[in-house]
Design a protein around this ligand. Structure first.
Ligand code: CA
Length: 223
């Protein structure tokens, strides 16, 4: 899962980005509204954390422009405390949720998790595919109750496939959601990660759809 953090306060931006990375996300950072708008317009994000008060272009304008351009990714706005009018303006402009400053990073993380889950059609914090359980809260996965030891790449891959269970996900899409913008991307490495993940899962749930990509789904026959 790939997140964009648009916040001009350098320390706050770093604090949020570090916490998101720690939780297993890939993070891109922007420090003004124009840069943030550009990235959200050109890169696919699973969620965006967007400050309202930004240089060059304010957060409300950024989210308004994205929505007008048909960009539907979940947006969590950061607002000043007690500025109820900002919250209303943010939601009206197309934001999905907000957190008032000062906040606890844990709250931001919880709201981001919920936004990503809901955008993918999951209401529970645990996503289940046959014997595989993905705990989005703890960033952990298990098979038949046994916790998996996954690298951050493997976890991101599994998480993306499970959030999009039943859908064919292309290699390009996986690359775009597993690496940040500065990473030297190579879609061939995805094959290697899928191979490793299949091995660790030990159950055959990731299907290769020739020429299209991969699809993860629960077996139709009961185990
Ligand atoms: Ca600000």
């Amino acid at each position: 899962m790939r997140i964009l953090v648009v916040e001009d306060d350098v320390n706050l931006n770093r604090q949020l980005s570090d916490a998101l990375k720690e939780a297993g996300y890939v993070v891109d950072q922007a420090f003004d509204g124009e840069e943030g708008h550009f990235l959200g317009d050109t890169e696919p994000y699973d969620a965006v954390i967007l400050d309202i008060g930004l240089p060059v272009m304010d957060g409300i304008t950024v989210v308004e422009k994205w929505r007008a351009e048909g960009k539907g990714m979940p947006v969590l706005m950061l607002t000043a405390r007690d500025r109820w009018s900002d919250k209303v303006a943010g939601i009206d402009a197309g934001a999905d949720d907000y957190v008032a400053k000062p906040f606890h990073v844990e709250e931001v993380l919880a709201r981001v998790r919920a936004l990503i889950r809901r955008a993918a059609g999951h209401s529970s914090s645990e996503i289940v595919c046959g014997p595989v359980r993905l705990d989005t809260k703890a960033s952990k996965a298990s098979v038949d109750g046994v916790q998996l030891k996954l690298t951050s790449h493997e976890f991101r891959l599994l998480s993306y496939l499970m959030h999009h269970m039943g859908q064919v996900v292309s290699r390009t899409e996986l690359v775009e959601h597993m690496y940040d913008q500065d990473f030297d991307r190579d879609s061939n490495t995805i094959e290697v990660f899928v191979g490793r993940l299949r091995k660790k899962l030990g159950v055959d749930l990731i299907e290769t759809v020739r020429g299209l990509g991969y699809r993860m789904q629960a077996p139709t026959n009961a185990r």
